[in-house]
Structure formats: structure tokens, C-alpha cells
Design a protein around this ligand. Sequence first.
Ligand code: 5GP
Length: 245
Amino acid sequence: KAPSYHATPPSLTPRSCGILSRVKGMRGRLFVMTGASGVGKGTVRAKVLERTRLFYSISMTTRPPRPGEVDGVDYYFVDRPTFEALVREDGFLEYAEYVGHLYGTPRAPVERALSRGEDVLLEIEVQGALQVKRAVPEAVLIFLLPPSLSELKRRLVYRGKDSPEKIQKRLEQAEWEIRNAHLFDYVVVNDVLEEAVADFLAILTAERRRSGRMGEALEMALRRDLALEAELDEILRRRYGGTGH
Ligand code: 5GP
């Protein structure tokens, strides 16, 4: 007797169909890397972007470019009136004043990438990250932590960019942020760079494997190869006799 097959297994009930139908036209996810000045966000970000597919949101700033920085690559460098006009048009997903300059995430490119289904990465300071969480509760916030405040101080001193007063201010700010780490979804310690990058990538992978986002793999897993199964049933029939059921 020929074995009978279910093209659609009986277990594919409307309830389990739900997860598949939600996947069609799925939006990308918003990942926000944040942390204290000097903790190494830019370095970790560059390594992460080399190793996984993410749309990196280029920020707008009123800070003048540093040597080697390119407009439209590192930032969109604009003057204050231009920035403020975009604020009035509600053109920023978030923005913040930081050490005398305005920094913001232009809303439109992020929105377009998410609707195309691309995952987006922002690398911004903490106040901005908390604004994003309020506006987009499903955003994933990853807080980059220095091994210690003293180590952060060491990095700021050797970076040579800041006066003693500024370093003191940044350390106080960093201490406040560390005490509020529960506001973020994940904490990554940037002690050994490669380990921090690996942790960051592991978080991206875990978030991408959430069952609600695995529709394509689930659809594949439910496919039946009738020819293969007929062969397997034939093996079972030879081994045990009967139909293999
Ligand atoms: P820098 O002037 O050193 O490039 O950046 C200063 C700080 O501004 C860094 O902590 C950086 O992460 C943050 N930053 C860069 N772009 C944005 C942005 O679009 N929004 C906010 N809130 N912070 C930003």
C-alpha cells in the first residue's frame, strides 16, 4: 500500500500560522549603541559594521569637522540654524546638546531602512539613547561600559582632547550612567576590544533569532520533500516490514 502524505502537516493550525503571516513585510530592528565618552563606542561600532549587515545611521551635528572627517560619511556637518529648522520640522528621531554642540539622528533615513526590513544601528550618547527608547520601545539599547571609572579616566587623559575640568565632568556623567545601567537592555564591558565586539555580535544574533523574526526558517522547516520521505519510508519498510507508519 502506498504511504500517504500530508502536504500540510496537521500540526499547522491557525495558531501556528500566526507567526508565519506576521513575518511578511517585516520591519528591521533598531539597535542603539551608547555609553560614556571615551569608552570606545566608535571603535566597537566600526568593527561590528565590518562583520554584520547593518544600516548605520549618519548623525547630523553642529560640531565642526575634525581633520580627516568627511561630510556625509562621519556626520552631516551643518550650522545651528539648519539643525534647528530640522528640529522644528520634527525631522529627528532624537537629538541632544553635548559639550556645546547639537547632535541628532535624522528620522527619514532610519525610517526608510526599517521599512525595507534592514536592521539599523545608531551610535549616540546616553540622553539621546533614552529618547529613542521612549519613542521606539522595541529598540534594543546596548550600553558600553568601561572596565572602571579609573580606566575611563586613563583613556580620556591619554586621548589628550579634554581639559582637567572636562575630564572631571565626563567622569561624573559616566558614574551617573553606570548607576542607571538598568535603563538599557544589554551591558557590554569594553575591556578587551575583540571580546566587546564578540559580545555585541552575540546580542545582534540573539535578537535576530527571536521566534517572531524567524518566519522564513520556520516556513522552510515546515516544507515536506515527498520524494525523500518516500525513500525513507522504503528504508523503514525494509527494516520493519509493513508501510513504515
Ligand atoms: P564626537 O563629537 O566625539 O564625534 O561625539 C560626541 C558624542 O556624541 C559621542 O558620545 C557620540 O556617540 C554622540 N553622538 C553622535 N551622534 C549622535 C546623535 O545623532 N545623537 C546623539 N544624541 N548623540 C550623538
